[in-house]
Design a protein around this ligand. Structure first.
Ligand code: BMA
Length: 328
């Protein structure tokens, strides 16, 4: 028996900075944000909404790089400390058995999930409109593309890090072909990572800060209280969409059942790098690292569709906050 809340491994070198003294909230920003500037690689217009994982004692990731032709692409990257990154200047050339599926149109908002024996990548994949692309890699050098999980239109496909009741499991957010003025999170399962079904509704927007639409963020974190899901929610203001971060706890065996979720947001566009950029007022989480023994969590998010940022929290404080500020 252990008193750890997170069911998972240690990551002693997790990027970390203590909560600033006097700061009153549960999630705090890294003082040196943004960690990745928009022009880290010469081909990029912007680098944001990206996903990282522990890899061979260091870190690796898949990055959304919109290039200077304004194509939305995925690039591979490596880091020794999770903060300073080297990103390939060329996009990932996914290897696919089927030229129709492998044909590149656009790719954005990746998530990366260690599952069984490899790193799976899911992303918003252009195939006659946005849908959920699925691929995998062992080494962050060669990437293989599988079938798209769903028909268009869909976005924010996020895998669970283990099978649930014997099936692969994914959250997603059915959408439209444009900027989608609606959106609920759904749960789907698959026996083989190819055929997805048994779709179940998980949650709709209920709070003011997320009232237009919601979408899953990082790979859910397994805890003794259930699946910890960090997600984004969108409010439509007089001046357009505002993307904020919230969190929910889902039932461990039936993740379509929401146990509790934050009524207030956890973070909302506030700092200049979240409020000013190619799309103002966007804070979009796509990845979270954790160190199970200490309960430290590092959240990676995109700022204003332009740069990549880091925020921190502690699992017990976050769960306590969700439970005591919940509206389901
Ligand atoms: C969504 C996606 C995200 C983006 C957000 C705000 O539809 O395209 O990549 O961060 O809009 O522009």
């Amino acid at each position: 028996m252990t008193d750890q809340t997170i069911i998972g491994s240690a990551l002693p070198n997790i990027p970390w900075e203590e909560k600033p003294e006097g700061y009153k909230h549960t999630v705090w920003r890294y003082s040196k944000n943004p960690i990745i500037p928009r022009d880290l690689i010469p081909s990029a217009n912007s680098i944001f909404n990206s996903a990282v994982v522990p890899f061979e004692g260091e870190f690796a990731g898949v990055f959304r790089c919109d290039n200077r032709q304004r194509n939305q692409q995925l690039h591979s990257g490596r880091s020794k400390d999770g903060i300073n990154w080297e990103i390939d200047n060329e996009r990932i050339p996914f290897i696919s058995d089927d030229p129709e599926i492998g044909k590149f149109d656009y790719a954005y908002d990746p998530r990366v999930c260690w599952l069984e024996d490899r790193y799976y990548v899911t992303w918003c994949n252009g195939y006659h409109g946005p849908t959920i692309g699925v691929g995998y890699t062992y080494d962050f050098k060669k990437f293989y593309q599988l079938e798209n999980a769903f028909l268009p239109f869909n976005r924010n496909g996020v895998l669970f890090p283990r099978k649930i009741e014997g099936k692969y499991a994914m959250l997603s957010r059915p959408s439209d072909n444009g900027h989608t003025p609606f959106g609920d999170i759904f749960y789907s399962e698959s026996p083989d990572m190819c055929h997805w079904g048994k779709h179940r509704h998980v949650m709709s927007p209920v709070n003011k800060w997320e009232i237009t639409k919601i979408g899953a963020g990082p790979t859910p974190i397994e805890t003794t209280e259930g699946w910890l899901l960090i997600y984004h929610g969108v409010l439509t203001s007089c001046n357009g969409f505002q993307y904020s971060m919230g969190a929910a706890i889902l039932d461990i065996d039936k993740p379509s059942k929401v146990l509790c979720r934050t009524e207030p947001f956890l973070l909302s566009p506030w700092e200049l790098y979240e409020c000013v950029g190619d799309t103002p007022n966007v804070l979009f989480p796509c990845a979270a690292l954790f160190d199970a023994p200490t309960g430290r969590i590092a959240i990676y998010y995109g700022g204003a569709d332009t740069v990549t940022c880091l925020a921190f929290t502690r699992v017990d404080d976050l769960i306590e906050f969700i439970k005591s500020n919940s509206k389901v």
